[in-house]
Design a protein around this ligand. Structure first.
Ligand code: AMP
Length: 205
């Protein structure tokens, strides 16, 4: 099964991906995480990528598309979280037989509060929220024991820019998949477990 999770920053893509990964034994591939790994390696490409991420801009289509194609090369079952984010990227994977694209719909005003309280583990893999999804032990990741931090691109100015880019570049991807008849919408303003239950209903239909 090949799934795509679409939605604005803070809509809960990463949280839902983690739950679906466990439930369906899928590999979850987060585009943001793939890029952050490249940044952490401090490669020439990583240094270029960092500039885009730090400004809240999208990394050029050809960079991210190559990295994602490499990730999915030998895999049959996966969830793509945060890819595609442009119609160009969507066209680049048009040959894949996608099962469903889940669109996490949420008003932008609601995600501002979520991002302000979001914390991620040291590896940038596991997401928490100081109020809505707190870790068992304050400031520590439940899963890998690393110290929780705020992402540099979750600061108010950069978040604003990420929203602008989302509206301009990613919103058209929703229409693209709607026209293909594989887009299913979930109300992402609900609690994570409700969002997960709704996603399950969709996938079991
Ligand atoms: P995320 O972890 O999904 O919030 O992504 C963090 C940042 O990585 C984004 O703000 C972009 O700068 C970059 N990024 C993630 N996915 C993509 C993508 N599909 N295309 C271009 N840039 C991306």
């Amino acid at each position: 099964m090949k799934l795509i999770l679409l939605g604005p920053p803070g809509s809960g893509k990463g949280t839902l991906a983690e739950k679906l990964e466990t439930k369906f034994h899928l590999t979850s591939i987060s585009a943001g995480e793939v890029l952050r790994e490249e940044v952490n390696k401090k490669t020439t490409l990583g240094k270029v990528i960092k500039k885009y991420i730090d400004r809240g801009h999208l990394v050029p289509d050809e960079f991210i598309t190559q990295l994602i194609l490499l990730e999915i090369k030998d895999k049959k079952n996966y969830i793509l979280d945060g890819f595609p984010r442009t119609v160009e990227q969507a066209k680049a994977i048009a040959g894949l037989h996608l099962h469903t694209v889940i669109y996490l719909e949420i008003p932008l005003t609601a995600v501002v509060e979520r991002l302000a309280g979001r914390m991620v583990c040291g590896k940038g893999t596991h997401n928490y929220h100081i109020i809505y999804l707190p870790p068992k032990k304050s400031g520590i990741c439940d899963k890998d024991g690393s110290k929780l931090v705020q992402r540099k691109d979750d600061t108010p100015t950069i978040v604003k820019e990420r929203f602008r880019v989302y509206t301009q570049k990613t919103a058209p991807v929703i229409k693209y998949y709607q026209q293909k008849g594989i887009l299913k919408t979930v109300d992402a303003s609900a609690a994570p477990k409700t969002v997960f239950a709704e996603a399950l209903k969709i996938l079991k239909r």
